[in-house]
Design a protein. Structure first.
Length: 106
């Protein structure tokens, strides 16, 4: 999936991937976000995801970027450390590869 196929408005149409598929992705060392305000929004949305994850009516989609590809992970965010996020299914995901955090009512 090429990045130019998706915009912020239609990330929800990006197919979700599994925990096993994420384990095979090689993430870059550089942050996928370059603007400080975007990095702050990402952190704020991840904090919000922890609070909303306790609700059964909200689902969190995390958009990950590796190279030119985007991936969507549906999960609950359990915790955030200095440089990683821990998901409810046990994944530790580097914050630098999180392109966007989206919330959906179910």
């Amino acid at each position: 999936m090429k990045m130019n196929t998706y915009t912020l408005a239609n990330f929800r149409s990006l197919p979700a991937i599994s925990k096993d598929e994420i384990a095979k992705i090689q993430f870059e060392e550089m942050d996928v976000l370059s603007r400080p305000e975007d990095i702050r929004v990402r952190r704020t949305n991840l904090d919000k995801a922890i609070a909303l994850g306790r609700s059964e009516k909200i689902k969190t989609s995390i958009i990950l970027k590796a190279g030119d590809n985007l991936y969507r992970l549906e999960t609950n965010v359990v915790s955030i450390q200095a440089d990683t996020m821990t998901s409810s299914n046990g994944l530790n995901i580097p914050l630098r590869c999180i392109y966007s955090v989206d919330f959906m009512h179910v």
